[in-house]
Design a binder for this molecule. Structure first.
Ligand SMILES: [Zn+2]
Length: 561
C-alpha cells in the first residue's frame, strides 16, 4: 500500500481551492493512483456536517469532523484532498498534528480578484455591509505562516499551481513522477518544423521587410528546426507576458526566456495584424517570413528584473536587452534559408540528434552545455555523468557571447582535440548549440534544459552558477530553480554538480563533496587567471588543462596578438 497523505487547501471563498483540488485529483488518477479522495464543503454538507452553521464553534466543529475523516482516509493509504476556507490557524494546526503527511496549501488571491470572480456577488454584499460574518471581510482569516506550498491563483494558471503541488509531492516521495514523465517520454514526440519545403505554397509577403541581427537569425532558425519546440513563432503578447511573469506559456507549458522579434519603432506604422513580412539578414538575404499576429511594447525594466534578476545595465544580458527596440512583433514564422550558425556542418538539428542517439542505441543521454574552453573539471563532470547514462552529448554554445569569452571556433577545436585522445568515440556526440548566450543564470538553465530535451537528451549537467555571470546569481540558484517544477514538466533530469578541481593529495579530480583536503592542495584557476596566463604565453598546468587543449588555446592567443 502506498503512503497516504492529506493535501489541505486553505484560502478565502472563491480563491480556487476546490478547482485546484479537482485538478490535483485528476492528475493523481492519471498517474495511476487508485485511492484518491476529495473532501470539500459541498460533499461534507450532504451528511457529515449538515447540522452545522457558521458560528466560530460550528466552523471549528466542521474542521474537527473533516480532520477525523481525513486522518482515517490517509492512514489507510488514500491521497486525500481537503478544500475548506478553514480560517483559523489553531484548527489547521490540530489537523496537521493528527494527519500524517499533512501538506498545507495556501491558496492566495487578492481581494479585488475575489470580488471580480465571486459568482454569487457575496463579497460585494459583505463589503457593502448587507451580509455579516463573511470571512476575509468582517470575519477573520488567518493565513498560514509556513505552508508547504503557496499558490497565487490570480496570476498562475490552474496547471501551474497544480504543478507546484505535484512537484512538492514528488520531492517528498509521496507520489512518483507521472508515467509519461520519465525524461525521454515527457519530451514532445513531435518536433516543431517550420522550415519551408515548398515556399511557393506559403503566403506571399505583403509588407515591409524586417532586418534581423545574426543573434535573431539564430532564434528564427531555432524556432524553425524545432529546437524551441513548442514555439512556432516569435512570442505574441499573451505568450510574452506569461513567460516573463511566470515562466510558462499560456497553456501552462514551462518556458523561461522570452523569444521575441524586436522591430524599430519607425517601422511600426507600416505593420498590421495579418501581414506577412520578410525576415532578412544583415547580408540582404531573406531567411524567413512572419505572419504578424500583433505588435506590442515591452517593459524592458520589468523584463530585466524578471528574466535576469537585475536591472543593472552592466549585466551583459540586460545591456543587450536595452540595446534592442522595446517594440516587438509576434506571430508564426517560416524559415526559408538556414541561419549561418545552423548551416555549419558541426551543427545537427534536433531531428538529427534524436536519430543519432537512436542509431547508437542510447536510451539515456546526458547533455553538457558550455561557453568555455574545456578544462579537466568539465571533462570530469562529463565522465562522472557518462558513468550513469548511455551517451554524452557535448553541446557547446556557439551563438553570441560576451566580450572576453573564448571564441567558439577555438573552443570547438579544443573539443575535437580532446575527444580524439580521451573519450570513447562511440559514446560521445559533439554538436554546436547555435543560439546566443544570455547570462540569465537560473532562467537560462531552464531554457538550456528545454532545448537539450528537444535534442533528445534525458539528462543535463547543471553546474554551480550555470549560465551565470559576475555575482548576480546565488551559487546554487540555477540548480534550485528546477525544484520549482515537477520533473515531468520539463522532461529532462538535471544532474547537479559541484565545482571540480584537481587535488594533489587525492591525486585525482575531486570536488568539495569528495575531497577532505584544504585549498592549498587544489589546482584551480579562475577564467580571468587563465586568460592572463595565456596572454603572457605561459603554460597552463596539466592538472588544470590537458596539454593538447592548452596548446590550442596558446596558439589561438598567439594568432590573436
Ligand atoms: Zn583531496
Amino acid at each position: 500500500m502506498s503512503e497516504g497523505f492529506v493535501v489541505w487547501f486553505t484560502g478565502l471563498s472563491a480563491s480556487g481551492k476546490t478547482t485546484l483540488a479537482k485538478a490535483l485529483e485528476k492528475e493523481l488518477v492519471a498517474r495511476g493512483m487508485t485511492n484518491v479522495q476529495r473532501l470539500d464543503g459541498d460533499i461534507v454538507r450532504q451528511d457529515l456536517t449538515r447540522d452545522l452553521g457558521f458560528s466560530k464553534e460550528d466552523r471549528d466543529e466542521n474542521i474537527r469532523r473533516v480532520t477525523f475523516v481525513a486522518e482515517l482516509l490517509s492512514s489507510n493509504g488514500a491521497a486525500t484532498t481537503c478544500s475548506f476556507i478553514s480560517p483559523y490557524r489553531n484548527a489547521r494546526a490540530t489537523a496537521r498534528a493528527r494527519c500524517r503527511n499533512f501538506i498545507e496549501v495556501y491558496v492566495e488571491c487578492p481581494m479585488e480578484t475575489l470580488v471580480e470572480r465571486d459568482p454569487k456577488g457575496l463579497y460585494k454584499k459583505a463589503l457593502a455591509g448587507e451580509i455579516t460574518g463573511f470571512t476575509g471581510v468582517d470575519d477573520p482569516y488567518e493565513p498560514p505562516e509556513s505552508p508547504e506550498v503557496t499558490v497565487h491563483t490570480a496570476t498562475e494558471s490552474i496547471e501551474e499551481s497544480t504543478g507546484k503541488i505535484l512537484a512538492y509531492l514528488e520531492r517528498r516521495g509521496l507520489i512518483v513522477g507521472s508515467t509519461t514523465s520519465t525524461a525521454a517520454a515527457a519530451a514532445p514526440t513531435n518536433l516543431v518544423n517550420r522550415i519551408a519545403e515548398h515556399p511557393e505554397n506559403l503566403p506571399q509577403p505583403n509588407g515591409t521587410a524586417i532586418t534581423l541581427s545574426n543573434a535573431l537569425l539564430s532564434e528564427l532558425d531555432a524556432i524553425g528546426c524545432g529546437l524551441y519546440t513548442p514555439l512556432t513563432g516569435f512570442m505574441t503578447q499573451v505568450q510574452y507576458d506569461r513567460v516573463v511573469e511566470s515562466m510558462r506559456l499560456p497553456d501552462g507549458t514551462v518556458w523561461s526566456i522570452p523569444i521575441v522579434l524586436p522591430v524599430p519603432a519607425a517601422q511600426l506604422g507600416a505593420i498590421r495584424h495579418g501581414m506577412v513580412l520578410e525576415l532578412k539578414g544583415e547580408d540582404g538575404n531573406t531567411y524567413g517570413l512572419i505572419e504578424v499576429k500583433n505588435a506590442y511594447e515591452r517593459d524592458l525594466e520589468k523584463e530585466a528584473e524578471a528574466v535576469y534578476g537585475t536591472t543593472d545595465r552592466e549585466h551583459p544580458g540586460v545591456a543587450r536587452l536595452h540595446a534592442e527596440s522595446p517594440w516587438v512583433i509576434g506571430g508564426d514564422v517560416h524559415v526559408l534559408r538556414r541561419a549561418p550558425l545552423a548551416d555549419d556542418p558541426r551543427h545537427l538539428d534536433p531531428a538529427e540528434t534524436r536519430k543519432a542517439f537512436a542509431d547508437r542505441g542510447w536510451k539515456t543521454v546526458v547533455a553538457f552545455q558550455t561557453r568555455n574552453p574545456i578544462h579537466r573539471a568539465h571533462e570530469y563532470l562529463q565522465k562522472c555523468a557518462l558513468e550513469m547514462v548511455d551517451g554524452l552529448f557535448i553541446n557547446p554554445l556557439v551563438g553570441d557571447t560576451k566580450e572576453g569569452d573564448i571564441p567558439a571556433d577555438v573552443r570547438m577545436r579544443c573539443y575535437e582535440k580532446l575527444l580524439d585522445g580521451y573519450y570513447p568515440t562511440d559514446r560521445v556526440l559533439l554538436s554546436t548549440f547555435p543560439v546566443p548566450m544570455r547570462y540569465a543564470g537560473p532562467r537560462e538553465a531552464i531554457h538550456h534544459a528545454i532545448c537539450r530535451r528537444n535534442y533528445g537528451c534525458t539528462h543535463i549537467i547543471i553546474g554551480r552558477d550555470h549560465a551565470g555571470v559576475g555575482s548576480y546569481y546565488g551559487t546554487y540558484a540555477a540548480q534550485e530553480i528546477f525544484d520549482r517544477f515537477a520533473p515531468s514538466e520539463i522532461g529532462i533530469t538535471p544532474l547537479k554538480f559541484e565545482h571540480a578541481f584537481y587535488c594533489t593529495r587525492c591525486g585525482q579530480m575531486v570536488s568539495r563533496k569528495t575531497c577532505p583536503h584544504d585549498k592549498s592542495n587544489h589546482v584551480f584557476l579562475s577564467g580571468t587567471k587563465v586568460r592572463a596566463m595565456l596572454e603572457e604565453g605561459k603554460d597552463l598546468p596539466p592538472e588544470f588543462t590537458r596539454p593538447e587543449v592548452a596548446e590550442v588555446l596558446k596558439a589561438a592567443y598567439r594568432e590573436a596578438v
